[in-house]
Ligand binder design. Sequence first.
Ligand SMILES: CC(C)(COP(=O)(O)OP(=O)(O)OC[C@H]1O[C@@H](n2cnc3c(N)ncnc32)[C@H](O)[C@@H]1O)[C@@H](O)C(=O)NCCC(=O)NCCS
Ligand SMILES: Nc1ncnc2c1ncn2[C@@H]1O[C@H](COP(=O)(O)OP(=O)(O)OP(=O)(O)O)[C@@H](O)[C@H]1O
Length: 194
Amino acid sequence: MLIGLTGGIATGKSTAAKLFEQHGIPVVDADVVSRQMVEKGSEGLRKIVNHFGKTILNEDGTLNRKKLGELIFNDSSLRQQLNHILHPLIREEMNRQTTHLLKTNQHVIQDIPLLFENKLEQHFDLVIVVYIDQQEQIKRLQQRDDISYEAALSKVKSQAPIEDKKALAGIVLKNHGTIDALEEQVKETIQNHF
Ligand SMILES: CC(C)(COP(=O)(O)OP(=O)(O)OC[C@H]1O[C@@H](n2cnc3c(N)ncnc32)[C@H](O)[C@@H]1O)[C@@H](O)C(=O)NCCC(=O)NCCS
Ligand SMILES: Nc1ncnc2c1ncn2[C@@H]1O[C@H](COP(=O)(O)OP(=O)(O)OP(=O)(O)O)[C@@H](O)[C@H]1O
């Protein structure tokens, strides 16, 4: 079974993914793969530099993620351009890792922040959404990334509304409570739906 895990930025996807892994379900994480795809010397980084220029590099030649983030979270056209460059590379690598894992695991989760935005739901047997309301989402994002309300809001607005994602979910994991409360829902999901 191939399971999609999604939600909004900072709603708790990585936290839920870690819990699924602790309960024996392997997770392929799009954010992790996306970092692999832009490592120094990679095809992805070369394409980004060709498009956005050398100013998005740090002095040591690695990607300046903060700078690229400031560009793409404030400009939907630049965001689309970056997505166009990176998403095919990310999808291909995620599918490669997933095929490998499915040889020895009955269930594999793909953690994809933009699963619904990229209309990928038809590829999954089940889609799980990690949900908190937008107010809490902005609060957690501000805390985690140490950013202003405005900066958090523009990151949130660069994705589809969390309420829309909740409505499209096969299963909703509510993450307003403690991590233990989230873990209970993860265990229940594995027992009853996997
Ligand atoms: C812009 C980049 C360099 C910023 O890096 P940074 O280390 O600050 O953030 P990180 O990669 O950890 O992403 C944090 C969260 O931002 C959100 N996010 C990332 N990219 C995007 C995007 N293109 N559109 C909307 N939200 C996004 C996701 O919820 C993600 O979980 C990086 O996010 C990136 O390369 N994005 C493009 C690739 C992509 O779309 N990744 C999302 C998974 S497919
Ligand atoms: N139940 C919870 N109670 C309090 N804080 C939480 C809870 N779940 C997650 N958090 C915190 O909220 C922040 C966002 O969680 P997490 O990083 O798992 O979100 P994410 O959806 O993976 O974000 P991104 O889209 O940026 O990858 C983190 O600082 C995390 O520690």
